[in-house]
Design a protein around this ligand. Structure first.
Ligand SMILES: Cc1cc2nc3c(=O)[nH]c(=O)nc-3n(C[C@H](O)[C@H](O)[C@H](O)COP(=O)(O)OP(=O)(O)OC[C@H]3O[C@@H](n4cnc5c(N)ncnc54)[C@H](O)[C@@H]3O)c2cc1C
Length: 481
């Protein structure tokens, strides 16, 4: 057995996805110790993967991030990439929903769960007359007692907006983002803003009105982007060379600062006289560590921490994850009947189709397809359609192209196909998640010099993941110096 000398014990980051890389960046700034990232992958960045094929630029997972929270833009700024930021193209700042055999725009002003424009609801073809009336009656629905505890997305949305609006609007828009089962998705963890709206304003309609009032610009300032519907697409940005340019730039900086990348899968952690020792799979080399940031997915973190903190491991193992596949298809623009004047189309589970959504990648951002091409990304799987990531290539491609034919009127086969399989990549924030994360924080605090980071805890979006990386590194640097 070989060991690195204990006197030189570094701080080890387990997992070099975005959370781990940001943790390493913070440690370089705040700790005097060496930093080692241990990760089985041959490249930093985790799920952030961009592929260039000639003039096609294909995102295998995330394709943009929310700029309304500061962490993503601040990282881009630190890396000197601010001039590479791209907003969502103006013509793509709306979402469509597949209903009754066609793509229908989300009613203007409807934001995930909150109706912002009553007139648009009165005229939407997405709902029946009874469904529209029920949604318009939302302000009269009594508020739920906060003491009743956590509530699922389905229960909340059906109670406030009616079953039709839940099935045709909320489930595809919100549960789709989380690839979640809406009967299990926690409102407190996934959508706390809307729980607060109900509590503070008595209804989502009143809460959204108050939000819009507060956001209304003073004289001479630009009008807010109130016509956008679905998600607020005006608030999302990407990088011109793709999302992977973020971890690439971060890693260049970390490498230059002496951070080491050890290619191995950590499979255990034990205490030592002056810190910890990490075991790696298939290797007799053990890695001493003064402190550890565990930034790999929670189901992998659970067995790693099993020896030193079995109760913590149990809580981590209880966070379920869903798998998915993203099939990216590049077409001749002329081969698609649909105008693609939107960010994409989401598909309600009750529509019984074979995909969760189709994102119009080349409509959202420039530089994603050749001039005569159109790039789309078909999302398959999630908690309601498990096992998709295990399907063979030909089945995934057949399913995705069939969806493109039915939904976008694709008349010829694609020129480009890129398949991304994501096994258990999306944590499911089920009922009770907020309490579980609190317990995880308390149990982890009992392990001096160990902290957790990643998308399983405070949010799956890129800004939230960055924030967990910084907080975990701060905690470990505070203990280890
Ligand atoms: C298909 C898809 C689309 C998405 N779209 C968006 C989007 O548009 N906008 C947005 O904001 N977010 C999006 N997300 C979410 C966001 O990209 C992720 O939440 C975030 O990048 C996760 O970062 P992470 O560091 O927590 O985890 P990961 O990226 O999963 O990194 C974990 C790392 O741990 C490593 N690891 C695994 N096992 C071990 C082990 N035994 N030892 C050591 N290391 C190990 C892995 O190799 C990996 O590098 C999307 C996610 C997916 C899957």
């Amino acid at each position: 057995m070989t060991t690195t000398p204990q006197s030189a014990a570094p701080i080890v980051v387990v997992g070099g996805g975005l959370a781990g890389l940001v943790a390493a960046e913070t440690l370089v700034a705040k700790s005097r110790r060496r930093v080692v990232i241990v990760d089985p992958a041959d490249r930093p960045g985790g799920v952030l993967q961009t592929v260039r094929r000639g003039e096609w630029l294909v995102e295998r997972a995330a394709d943009c991030f929310l700029a309304a929270r500061p962490e993503g833009l601040a990282l881009v700024d630190r890396l000197g990439l601010t001039d590479r930021l791209l907003p969502v193209s103006h013509s793509a700042r709306r979402a469509m929903i597949w209903w009754d055999g066609r793509a229908v725009p989300v009613p203007a002003g409807f934001r995930l769960l909150a109706p912002g424009d009553r007139e648009a609801i009165r005229t939407t073809p997405l709902l029946s007359a009874a469904g529209r009336d029920r949604l318009l009656a939302e302000p009269t629905v009594p508020s739920r007692d906060p003491a009743a505890g956590d509530e699922s997305l389905e229960s909340f949305a059906v109670r406030r907006l009616g079953r039709e609006a839940f099935e045709r609007l909320v489930q595809p828009l919100v549960a789709g983002i989380w690839t979640a089962d809406p009967a299990r998705l926690s409102m407190a963890a996934a959508c706390p803003e809307f729980v607060r709206m109900e509590r503070e304003h008595g209804s989502l309609t009143a809460g959204e009105r108050a939000r819009l009032e507060a956001a209304r610009p003073g004289e001479g300032q630009p009008a807010p982007d109130e016509q956008v519907a679905g998600a607020r697409y005006s608030q999302f940005v990407t990088l011109a060379e793709g999302m992977e340019s973020l971890p690439k730039a971060l890693w260049r900086r970390l490498g230059a600062a002496g951070v080491e990348w050890r290619r191995a899968a950590v499979d255990g952690l034990t205490r030592s006289a002056d810190g910890y020792v990490l075991r790696t799979a298939g290797s007799s080399h053990v890695q001493p560590a003064a402190g550890v940031v565990v930034a790999c997915p929670a189901p992998i973190a659970a067995p790693i921490l099993g020896d030193v903190a079995p109760a913590l491991a149990g809580e981590l193992a209880a966070i379920e994850h869903a798998g998915s596949a993203v099939v990216c298809l590049g077409y001749d623009r002329a081969a698609l009947e649909h105008p693609l004047a939107a960010a994409g189309v989401v598909v309600p589970a009750v529509a019984g189709r074979g995909c969760l959504a189709i994102s119009f990648a080349s409509a959202k951002f420039p530089g994603r397809a050749p001039g005569d091409g159109a790039l789309i990304r078909v999302f398959l799987g999630g908690a309601l359609d498990p096992g998709v990531a295990l399907l063979p290539d030909e089945i995934l491609v057949a399913r995705a192209t069939a969806e493109a034919e039915a939904i976008l009127g694709a008349r010829r086969p694609p020129r480009l196909v890129e398949i991304a399989r994501w096994h258990g990549a999306m944590p499911q924030y089920h009922l009770g998640h907020v309490d579980r994360v609190r317990r995880i924080g308390e149990l982890a605090a009992a392990l001096p010099g160990v902290a957790l980071a990643g998308n399983a805890y405070e949010g799956v979006g890129i800004p939230q993941v960055i924030s967990t990386g910084i907080a975990a590194a701060d905690a470990v640097a505070g203990v280890c110096g």
